[in-house]
Design a protein around this ligand. Structure first.
Ligand code: FES
Ligand SMILES: [Fe+2]
Length: 437
């Protein structure tokens, strides 16, 4: 069907959404234009392209793009399309193209910023409208690219707010992730996991702050962790992390949930990765920060204990365990998640190893925990295709959200504020003009 703005607006109520937002391919297409065509979307981290000619392919919504470091040492984001016949210039993945791109089809070449360099047998173009200086014959750059502390975001719209305003209340999560390094810098390290989810991209964003699911969906993984800890006679951090999901409702109710403009938000940490006094890794980390920033600032940095942060449209950084789950919608019912782990430059190596442990335990394809979630995401997708009802509930604590600068705060950690906030932004993108988003 063809949707009018009015019809789109009616899909989102104060406390529920129409299931077609998850199942209708037409809505998905509109989202690619109106959300992914307007928002700042994470393309990758500068450390993925450290040298001139390095590239990393990724997607901004339904667009294949290349993040590349050019001769001027700047990072560019280009559409992965040759202006001759339209071939993708580089294959998916990471690599180095040298000093220029060369299309594998007829060897047209382009500077690393996409500008046309040469086409073989130039004399064949004489007396035609072929003009190497016209942008038509260059690889196109995505309209705006901006980096925040090494995190590169691209925006397909030439107009709209800047990156820092867009990030708003969750900019502090990127800051905290970087500040955890004694030199204030992080780098992607240890490879990237990829997980395909058989569900709409929004289902995953909603789950990231869905505290009510943890003791239910993860019963099998936290019960196994508890059984194993009993056998061992103690609970190492690996099991402690899995055990966390089994906390009773009263625990989740007390967690702080913050929601910000543009669909972003973060939730307070579930577990303390180790007290400075008792955990040797945290102690060593603290000492490296204390030497760099002084005691008070070091305490403040490590005291910022956040669980999942949501950067709506891009994915979910986890500051304490140095992850970024990059969420890429592939189709209305398929979502690709790329899991990046960061090394905190200058911090003890054990801190990075702990991050890798978390990636393996929670985010990798072989995780014991994530399959619990993927199963229920798939069930939401399937169930919503049936004729058994039209609306998806977000009623929990609706109408009680408290306004804070740039967003809202939940009065209870089990509130469905994060979902309502995401759909408030969704509606703005889908029917608003780009100036408001
Ligand atoms: S398609 Fe790229 S050179 Fe022909
Ligand atoms: Fe979960």
């Amino acid at each position: 069907m063809h949707y009018t703005d009015q019809q789109i607006a009616e899909l989102v109520r104060e406390d529920s959404v129409h299931k077609s937002v998850y199942t209708d391919p037409e809505i998905f297409k509109l989202e690619m234009d109106r959300i992914y065509g307007r928002a700042w979307i994470y393309a990758g981290h500068e450390s993925q392209v450290p040298n001139v000619g390095d590239y990393h392919t990724t997607r901004i919504g339904d667009q294949d793009v290349i993040m590349v470091r050019a001769m001027d040492n700047q990072v560019y984001v280009l559409y992965n399309r040759c202006p001759h016949k339209g071939a993708k210039v580089v294959a998916e993945g990471d690599g180095n193209v040298g000093k220029f791109f060369r299309c594998p089809y007829h060897a047209w070449t382009f500077k690393l910023d996409g500008t046309h360099l040469a086409a073989p047998m130039r004399r064949g173009f004489e007396n035609t409208r072929f003009d190497p200086k016209s942008p038509e014959f260059s690889m196109h750059q995505v309209a705006r690219v901006q980096s925040y502390r090494g995190f590169v975001f691209a925006n397909q719209s030439p107009e709209g707010i800047g990156l820092e305003d867009f990030l708003g209340g969750v900019r502090s999560s990127i800051d905290n992730l970087c500040d955890r390094s004694p030199i204030g810098e992080v780098e992607v390290a240890g490879g990237v996991f990829k997980v395909l989810q058989p569900s709409n991209w929004k289902v995953f964003y909603e789950n990231l702050h869905d505290t009510m699911h943890a003791p239910v969906t993860h019963e099998s993984s936290y019960s196994s962790a508890r059984a194993q800890a009993e056998e061992l006679g103690h609970m190492p951090l690996e099991l402690h992390i899995m055990d966390g999901n089994g906390e009773p409702y009263e625990f989740w109710e007390k967690l702080n949930l913050l929601a910000f403009d543009h669909g972003h938000g973060y939730m307070e940490g579930i577990f303390n990765p180790g007290a400075i006094e008792t955990d040797p890794i945290t102690r060593a980390h603290f000492e490296s920060l204390e030497a760099a920033y002084g005691r008070d600032r070091a305490l403040q940095i490590l005291g910022e204990n956040r669980h999942n942060t949501i950067i709506y449209g891009s994915g979910s950084p986890h500051t304490v365990f140095q992850q970024f789950r990059v969420i890429r919608p592939l189709s209305v019912d398929q979502t690709l998640v790329e899991i990046q782990t960061f090394r905190l430059k200058g911090a003890p190596d054990e801190v990075f190893k702990r991050g890798l442990m978390y990636a393996n335990l929670i985010n990798s394809p072989s995780s014991n925990v994530m399959p619990d979630d993927i199963e229920v995401y798939g069930r939401c997708q399937e169930g919503n295709k049936t004729r058994g009802g039209d609306w998806v509930s977000q009623h929990r604590y609706a109408g009680t959200d408290v306004e804070i600068p740039g967003g809202m705060k939940a009065i209870n950690g089990t509130s469905e504020l994060p979902m309502r906030n995401q759909f408030r932004a969704w509606k703005q993108y889908m029917i608003g003009d780009s100036a408001t988003v």
